[in-house]
Design a protein around this ligand. Structure first.
Ligand SMILES: [Zn+2]
Length: 310
């Protein structure tokens, strides 16, 4: 059985998959907040409890796990996240950390470990089992707590020479814009993530209540600030997508992350993108089909087909 773990800025999702062959056989899927225990030990202890609870519930022995695949919110080189948004996971030897993590459940675990950027896991799953099933060149973009990207070229995941390909969230979209944790200014992540949307709305609104990205979309038909924030968001997104298309010319762009489930962003988006695309029309830009679980399915798949897809 293949264990997948998708570590996002807000939540960590886990799933166990028994087969990828004819169809996806998901044994269980569960999640917990990432930041609730923002220390290395606390995080790994609670993550182990999550696994133990689900194994018990499904009457599965931990020894049946043959691989552990982990998606991380950053650039991954071998078994290290060299750049990323969760400080306590940055720079550590992940293989060592996850070996120690699984050992109380499976002493001398002999299965494989695979680590990959989370948006790469997302696009891999959508390419194999979701919206990109019948395509060969697609780009996946996650608009969640952060903004991530993944590229499939000729049916293969393109991770780059140092694991840093498709870091689309750190492409500059606004000159001298908001400072990003990566050290640059005006990165896509500072304008197109759900968090960014919330920042722009809440900093313009006089209310004391912090409004979520989903609520901002709901408010946008009746509230002037929400309407402006959403309209600006769509414009920046369109220009950003056009840049991605001009560089890679994919046959499909699949969106993931919380903001991707807001239907409003798709209406007229293709027309907006077309205006800035060199070749017209722009390719279809669609919502993912696997929902919030694409990343964790892609992570589990890493163990099934250990980089055989590259
Ligand atoms: Zn950045």
């Amino acid at each position: 059985m293949y264990l997948g773990i998708d570590i996002g800025g807000t939540k960590t999702e886990m799933c166990l998959i028994s087969s990828f062959k004819d169809k996806l056989e998901i044994v269980f899927r569960d999640r917990r907040p990432t930041q609730a225990d923002n220390t290395f030990t606390g995080y790994f202890d609670r993550l182990r409890e999550l696994l133990r609870k689900n194994l018990d519930k499904n009457k599965i022995s931990a020894a049946q796990i043959q691989s552990i695949g982990v998606g991380l919110p950053g650039a991954v080189q071998h078994s290290k996240m060299v750049q990323g948004s969760i400080p306590f996971l940055k720079g550590i030897d992940l293989q060592e950390a996850f070996s120690a993590w699984i050992s109380p459940l499976v002493p001398n675990f002999s299965g494989s470990f695979n680590f990959e950027n989370d948006a790469n896991c997302f696009v891999l799953a959508e390419y194999l089992f979701g919206a990109g099933k019948n395509q060969t060149n697609i780009v996946g973009i996650t608009l969640g707590t952060g903004v991530g990207g993944g590229i499939i070229i000729n049916g293969k995941l393109y991770a780059g020479s140092r694991g840093g390909a498709a870091e689309l969230g750190h492409i500059e979209v606004i000159k001298n814009g908001r400072e990003c944790y990566c050290g640059n200014f005006g990165c896509a992540e500072q304008y197109l993530s759900g968090k960014a949307l919330e920042f722009f709305y809440n900093s313009h609104s006089s209310g004391n209540v912090q409004v979520t990205a989903h609520e901002i979309f709901q408010l946008s038909s009746k509230n002037e600030i929400a309407s402006k924030v959403v309209s600006e968001y769509r414009k920046i997104l369109a220009r950003f997508l056009a840049d991605v298309i001009n560089m890679l010319d994919p046959s499909l762009i699949v969106l993931g992350g919380g903001v991707s489930s807001e239907k409003q962003i798709y209406s007229g988006l293709n027309e907006l993108v077309k205006d800035s695309s060199f070749i017209k029309p722009a390719p279809p830009i669609v919502q993912n089909e696997l929902g919030g679980s694409a990343g964790v399915i892609g992570a589990a798949y890493l163990g099934f087909n250990e980089r055989g897809f590259v």
